[in-house]
Ligand binder design. Structure first.
Ligand code: C5P
Length: 214
């Protein structure tokens, strides 16, 4: 039997899933893929080429040439790209290409932690452990604003909250792979949890499911 371990982390924007995924990958000695960056990279390339964010042929062409080890996080997390990414992410043919590349990443030894919106439901439905990370929108907007203020002291919390709500609504209502917890996901609400407590709860969950499968 393979010792491969795959952990799927999903949740809305700024729920803390990225930090959690990175820490779990380090803890369990796995590779990590932030799948949001893959949608952001496609949106960024379309914007740079002056193409429409609904140009599916061009989006598919860009996706096929993406190198997951060359995603420029600094560039792809600049303001506005999250919103553009959620607009390209409604296109089914684009999703199909990115999902198959993400699945290939997850399937290589020794396994991986992937975070996104559809990891437990679509990309890795057979993941060993699935965690759905949530937090109240106000708590998420507060955290995201504090992050942004390191680079932009004028970042406005009300605008950040509006942006998160708009993105959540689009991500939850799209026809293809909407954001929702897998039926077998462990729900982790981080509204009142610091990262250390959330991390410990996630590790305990992964250990529990691993033991129950042995
Ligand atoms: O996680 P992040 O905020 O970087 O994701 C940007 C956008 O990419 C999300 O709002 C969502 O529309 C899309 N996305 C997706 N499926 C994923 C990851 C991200 O649709 N697995």
């Amino acid at each position: 039997m393979s010792g491969r371990l795959v952990i799927a982390i999903d949740g809305p924007a700024a729920s803390g899933k990225g930090t959690l995924a990175r820490r779990l990958a380090t803890h369990f000695g796995l590779r990590h893929l932030d799948t949001g960056l893959t949608y952001r990279a496609v949106a960024d390339a379309l914007l740079a080429a002056g193409a429409g964010l609904d140009d599916e042929d061009q989006a598919v062409g860009v996706a096929r040439t993406l190198g997951f080890d060359r995603l420029d996080k600094g560039r792809l997390t600049r303001p506005g790209i999250g919103e553009a990414a959620s607009r390209v992410a409604v296109m089914p043919r684009l999703r199909a290409v990115l999902v198959s590349m993400q699945r290939a990443f997850a399937e290589a030894e020794p396994g991986a932690v992937l975070d996104g919106r559809d990891i437990g439901t679509v990309v890795c439905p057979d993941a060993d452990a699935k965690i759905f990370v949530t937090a109240e929108p106000e708590a998420r907007a507060r955290r995201r604003t504090l992050e942004l203020r390191q680079f932009d002291p004028g970042a406005d919390e009300a605008e950040v909250l509006d942006d998160l709500r708009r993105r959540d609504a689009r991500d939850m209502s799209r026809a293809d792979s909407p954001l929702r917890p897998a039926p077998d996901a462990y729900l982790l609400d981080t509204t009142d949890l610091d990262i250390e407590t959330a991390f410990r709860a996630a590790v305990e969950h992964v250990e529990r499911v691993r033991k129950s499968r042995r």
